[in-house]
Design a binder for this molecule. Structure first.
Ligand code: SF4
Ligand code: SF4
Length: 203
């Protein structure tokens, strides 16, 4: 094949690909109902679920009332960006009611998150999900930490309340410990009395 023929073939190939590409562009251009690109911030197409696929991995949300605080999501996370705290020792004021647990903290550091979905898949209660939200611009890195209990960025007020709840959890733990010790002592005393009564009956 001569150099000229090779050159003409290349032009033909490129022209063909341009025609095919422009055909696709033209098809979308004349059928505007089909959404291809959405202008950021556009309300024209309504809520994000109208144009984002159901499997879209956006910012997480939690159905806290189903959560058993098993920690599986946190241990499955490859970058350790989930943290949670809570108690089963009693009623904790200001905490969120989970499934037989009082949840005081449940945060995801979206600065570190790689949106891999590995936290959602193993959840035994299917209560942590990846949502549709994707625009998470923030002025500071701390605003990139999401409080899944309030569905809002983690705030200074959250931090103060968390410190108070930590003290309360320590108090509840101590109370429960004392209560258990008292129950065990009462049980032991009852058993000792039973033994004594038995001995008295035999003598
Ligand atoms: S895996 Fe599910 S149930 Fe367990 S702590 Fe995470 S969100 Fe809660
Ligand atoms: S999506 Fe991946 S990186 Fe983000 S919190 Fe879940 S497991 Fe961690």
């Amino acid at each position: 094949m001569s150099a000229l023929q090779t050159y003409i073939n290349k032009i033909a190939k490129v022209s063909k690909s341009i025609i095919i590409g422009m055909g696709v562009t033209w098809r979308y251009f004349v059928s505007p109902k089909e959404i291809v690109t959405v202008q950021y911030g556009s309300k024209k197409y309504g809520p994000q679920e109208n144009y984002l696929p159901a499997r879209h991995r956006g910012v997480h949300y939690l159905e806290s009332e189903k959560c058993i605080q098993c920690n599986i999501c946190a241990t499955s996370c490859p970058v350790d960006c989930i943290e949670m705290e809570g108690t089963r020792d009693g009623d904790l004021e200001g905490a969120w009611q989970g499934d037989k647990v009082q949840i005081s903290r449940f945060v995801i550091d979206l600065n570190k998150c790689i949106f891999c979905n590995l936290c959602c898949e193993p959840c035994p209660k299917e209560c942590i999900h990846m949502g549709q939200e994707f625009d998470i611009a923030a002025y500071t890195r701390s605003n990139g930490v999401k409080n899944l209990l309030t569905d809002r960025p983690w705030t200074e007020k959250d931090r103060e309340e968390e410190a108070w709840r930590r003290d309360e959890m320590a108090r509840l733990k101590e109370e429960k410990k004392k209560q258990k010790a008292a129950e065990a002592a009462a049980k032991k005393a009852a058993a000792a009395k039973k033994d004594e009564d038995k001995k008295d009956d035999q003598s």
